[in-house]
Design a protein around this ligand. Structure first.
Ligand code: SF4
Length: 352
């Protein structure tokens, strides 16, 4: 069995940063408990690992005792929630991904200019809830082209669309076509809102899925970008499954299967991918081919709120960065395990 692993897969810069925020707080050994508003990133294992280290995840700030430390997750929060944190005298540490913050800033700017904003995304996703909160009177949500006839538009010449960062590029382009048909003068965001990590992982699956018999996407069911990767693989005609970890593998999936693409959503830890690789090698005598599609170089430093908090406790977090170099790291790991592997370069014009 050939196991194909694309680079990039798994953690993006925003997820590395958000997880590191909680990690730094845990390591600081505060005497106060640490609360995180929503899952820090949408991954069951990431959340469970922090739970085991006494981090508490809440869906409402009403659950957080006055004066506690609270981390806002990578998906961002609304201004109303920030105000609630101030009222509760919480020490709020903001782990919102800067690429989500960029969309918030666009929403604020267009609302101030008097535009109506069509926010394309999944209405109940944390990111959309947070972005919408920046200008609730100016923003309407578009989840699919079917929502377009129900929109209340004041002036079709003062209309802009913005999007969730983790949508499928294919789905979005259909929705944008339908929006342009309905409102020919609608403005596009100044730069793409779908982030580089979503784009690159989707392009990799697009490029490779059709030559495989099976695609495994490691990620949680509530991870938007992981679900999109699974859909993209299925759309290419290859059976695809979204799994949290090795325990969800089903032997029936592998009957007559010679080539398996194993990728991971932006919030899925690499060690879960490696467990699956080891298992499949043992069960099916597989070897590994890495496809180096794009070497991502984006990295984010710690958020200002955390740096300030660390400074107040005599810790310098100013220049801290998490550097990703999965291709190199995987080579070393494969060699250490004695696993036959090769790395194939494959340029498909990815970004970031
Ligand atoms: S998927 Fe994109 S927007 Fe979301 S955390 Fe990662 S880099 Fe940021």
């Amino acid at each position: 069995m050939k196991l194909i692993l694309p680079n990039p897969r798994g953690f993006c810069a925003g997820v590395y940063m958000a997880i590191d925020v909680v990690e730094q707080l845990v390591q600081m050994g505060q005497d106060k408990p640490i609360f995180v508003y929503h899952e820090i990133v949408h991954n069951k294992h990431v959340v469970d690992r922090f739970r085991r280290r006494d981090v508490t995840f809440v869906d409402s700030l009403d659950e957080v005792p006055m004066g506690s430390i609270v981390v806002f997750s990578a998906h961002g929060v609304s201004p109303a929630l920030r105000r609630q944190a101030v009222d509760l005298e919480l020490t709020a540490i903001d782990a919102t991904c800067p690429l989500v913050t960029k969309v918030h800033a666009e929403a604020i700017r267009y609302a101030e200019k008097g535009y109506q904003i069509l926010l394309v995304g999944h209405a109940d996703h944390q990111e959309i809830v947070g972005t919408r909160g920046e200008a609730p009177d100016a923003i309407q949500i578009v989840s699919s082209a079917k929502d377009i006839p129900g929109l209340q538009i004041r002036d079709p010449d003062r209309l802009v669309y913005l999007t969730q960062t983790t949508l499928s590029m294919d789905d979005l382009s259909k929705i944008i076509d339908a929006l342009r048909d309905a409102f020919p003068n609608i403005k596009a965001p100044p730069s793409d809102d779908i982030c580089y990590a979503t784009t690159n992982r989707q392009k990799a699956v697009h490029a490779i899925a059709a030559e495989c018999d099976l695609v495994l996407v490691v990620g949680s069911k509530n991870s938007s970008n992981s679900v999109r990767l699974t859909e993209i693989a299925e759309a290419s005609g290859t059976a695809a499954y979204l799994i949290d970890d090795k325990s969800e593998l089903d032997k029936d999936w592998f009957e007559g299967v010679d080539r398996v693409l194993i990728t991971a959503g932006a919030s899925a830890p690499e060690d879960l991918v490696r467990e699956i690789v080891l298992y499949l090698i043992e069960e099916y005598d597989g070897d590994v081919e890495q496809r180096d599609i794009y070497h991502e170089t984006i990295e984010f430093g710690l958020p200002l709120t955390l740096k300030k908090f660390m400074r107040a406790h005599g810790i310098d977090g100013e220049n801290r960065r998490i550097v990703r170099d999965d291709a190199v790291a995987l080579d070393g790991w494969l060699e250490a395990q004695g696993i036959t592997h090769q790395t194939v370069g494959m340029t498909i014009g990815a970004t970031g």
